[in-house]
Design a protein around this ligand. Structure first.
Ligand code: UD1
Ligand code: UDP
Length: 355
């Protein structure tokens, strides 16, 4: 069986890394990786391939730093060329980025079976590029690997049971990675206080909205008077923060870190503040409370069980959420089995038995 895996952005390297490790156990499967180039800086891309020993991409398309239309369009054109050459049995896509959508469109037009890992997630916010990408990708997928019960239910609500596709609750592949790499975590080289807060901000809904971004940074400045905030900055955020001359004086800014350092930061912090999808879950895997700097989340189960607070981009709400987190000790309901286990293994078993 030949699988053509389409990757492009940081979270996809991490998700696909776990599945690639599983594929490597099967001699009957050949994985061919296409890197679209959506993320291209060494610390947004190469580092993950090195650290996580993800197989080297056979195709590198070099399409990054463009508008959504140009990026997605050029990716479709190039991925189609690769797919026609490789003739895979499956095209495999992850998450909700422009690279995901491009891979999905190529597969569906060439009648190549499409597997979508992290299917069924919804924010119900159609202004988010990710929401558009995931809805369109889900609709043309042959197998939808859902990380959670809510994701399965979302697909059912949208009538997916009436379509010719298979819905599988695989569990979450990011959990496989978090468990595997926990013992390999590396402490970043910088001054780190004991009860530091880890923060990440990169989503367009925050970075591309001056009011929201300013408000978030005002809240961070306020909180940083009491606790160290370590903020590995995504390049798009770094650029906008510099352009807007936002006050970052009392924050510990880092360049984006590799996954092994990120795992160390999550495992050792006292609180996570983020607008990232993946980091919200990782906070839970490492039993850290999370304040989500968005108005909605695809990971509703975390909010429902009380470990994740949705604070949006409102300064007062963010500071209030921080203060509440100091007051209450959160009990982690691991027994609820929110994200399953061995998702990567389940995904490969499903693909091998697909009729
Ligand atoms: C993308 C995904 C988002 C995901 C995120 C993970 C889409 C629509 N968005 O957002 O869902 O959460 O990746 O990190 O696909 N840049 C660099 N170097 C890099 C990568 C990006 O400088 O290695 C800068 C460029 O100026 C680029 C901008 O960041 O134009 C945005 O990059 P892009 O890939 O368009 O979106 P992300 O914000 O990374
Ligand atoms: N991550 C990382 N280094 C960083 C920031 C994030 O390794 O400096 C990891 C993080 O631990 C998670 C993944 O990148 O596994 C999430 O990616 P990101 O936040 O870019 O995207 P999202 O999950 O929001 O799509």
């Amino acid at each position: 069986m030949k699988i053509l895996t389409i990757l492009g952005a940081r979270p996809q390297f991490i998700k696909a890394g776990s599945v690639s490790r599983e594929i490597a156990k099967h001699k009957e499967i050949k994985e061919i990786i296409v890197h679209t180039g959506q993320h291209y800086d060494a610390n947004m891309s190469d580092i993950f391939f090195k650290e996580m020993q993800i197989p080297k991409p056979e195709y590198f398309l070099g399409i990054g730093g463009k508008s959504h239309g140009a990026m997605t369009g050029q990716m479709i054109e190039k991925i189609e060329e690769v797919a026609l050459e490789v003739k895979p049995d499956w095209i495999m896509v992850y998450g909700d980025t422009n690279s995901t959508l491009a891979g999905a469109i190529v597969a569906s037009k060439l009648h190549i079976k499409l597997a979508h890992v992290e299917a069924g997630l919804r924010s119900f916010n159609m202004k988010m590029p990710e929401e558009i990408n995931r809805i369109l990708t889900d609709r043309v997928s042959n197998i939808l690997f859902c990380p959670t019960d809510i994701a399965v239910q979302n697909l059912k609500n949208e009538g997916f049971e009436n379509f010719t596709c298979k819905i599988v609750k695989s569990g979450d592949v990011m959990q496989d990675g978090a468990i595997f790499y926990k013992n390999l975590a590396v402490k970043p080289v910088c001054d780190i206080k004991d009860d530091f807060i880890l923060c990440t901000i990169h989503r367009a809904e925050n970075t591309d909205d001056e009011t929201r971004l300013k408000s978030i940074f005002e809240a961070l400045s306020e909180i940083a008077k009491e606790r160290q905030i370590i903020l590995p900055l995504h390049p798009r955020t770094k650029k906008i923060v510099e352009d807007l001359k936002l006050n970052t004086q009392n924050l510990t800014l880092l360049d984006p870190v590799g996954y092994l350092e990120m795992v160390w930061l999550i495992d050792n912090c006292s609180l996570v503040m983020t607008d990232s999808g993946g980091v919200q879950k990782e906070a839970y895997f490492f039993e850290k409370p999370c304040i989500t700097l968005r108005d909605e989340t695809e990971w509703l189960e975390l909010v429902e069980c009380g470990v994740n607070t949705l604070a949006g981009a409102d300064k007062e709400k963010i500071v209030e959420a921080y203060k509440s987190n100091l007051k209450f000790k959160i009990i982690y309901p691991q027994k609820l089995d929110l994200y399953g286990s061995c998702a990567s293994e389940k995904i490969i078993i499903e693909l091998l038995s697909y009729e």
